[in-house]
Design a binder for this molecule. Structure first.
Ligand code: HEC
Length: 176
């Protein structure tokens, strides 16, 4: 599929130079990301940014079955400033993180939905030079702090490129 060709082309160059966003280690994210935090995603070399669990909320999201998840998209200071100013494209240094949990019913209240087990942490990092072949974005998908395989990372750019090119490849709007 044509969409993925550029991702594959960029693979060689990116794999050689793993991007290190910031040192990661034991922190508040420990329970979610396990002992593996620090490993880089294939193709892009994106790592889990330290302290993301305390970042500001951009918006929540819900994913229907079969995944059936609750999600929260958070951003670093650069991301939040860009959202608030309506800046497009997002400037270099923007980092967006999507946290996801299984959607479960509150044990105390039948109609309330609450987060269950943590599932994935997904990351987009803006670096217009390094990731020129993928709209300036590097992608990372992690489960228990461990990056998903290359095949999964080959899907990221295709979907974001196809559906939200007019918003710098970012789906999430800032929730009021
Ligand atoms: C088939 C479509 C599709 C694919 C493939 C996909 N995404 Fe997304 N992504 C979405 C949608 C839709 C959202 C909006 C939030 C939501 O519904 O969870 C999103 C949101 C995001 C966000 C929050 C910023 C934004 O654009 O809203 C990040 C970060 C992200 N995805 C990372 C990834 C990574 C990393 C991969 C590859 C491992 C990936 N995505 C693959 C559809 C996709």
């Amino acid at each position: 599929m044509r969409l993925f060709t550029s991702t594959l082309l960029v693979a060689g160059t990116l794999a050689a130079t793993a991007l290190s966003l910031a040192p990661t280690g034991a922190s508040a994210e420990g329970a979610r990301d396990g002992a593996n935090a620090g490993a880089a995603s294939p193709l892009y070399g994106v790592t889990i940014p330290e302290g993301y669990r305390a970042w500001q909320l951009v918006a929540p999201a819900q994913e229907a079955a079969p995944l059936d998840e609750l999600r929260a998209i958070v951003g670093n200071t650069t991301a939040i400033k860009a959202y608030q100013a309506g800046t497009l494209p997002f400037p270099d240094g923007t980092v967006l993180v999507k946290l996801a949990w299984k959607h479960t019913q509150s044990p105390e209240f039948a109609t309330a939905s609450v987060p269950g087990a943590a599932t994935t942490v997904q990351i987009m990092v803006k670096d217009s030079k390094r990731y020129a072949a993928t709209g300036g974005w590097g992608f990372g998908r992690f489960v228990n702090g461990q990056p998903a395989d290359q095949a999964q990372h080959e899907t990221c750019w295709g979907c974001h490129q196809a559906l939200v090119a007019d918003r710098d490849y970012v789906f999430t709007r800032y929730a009021p």
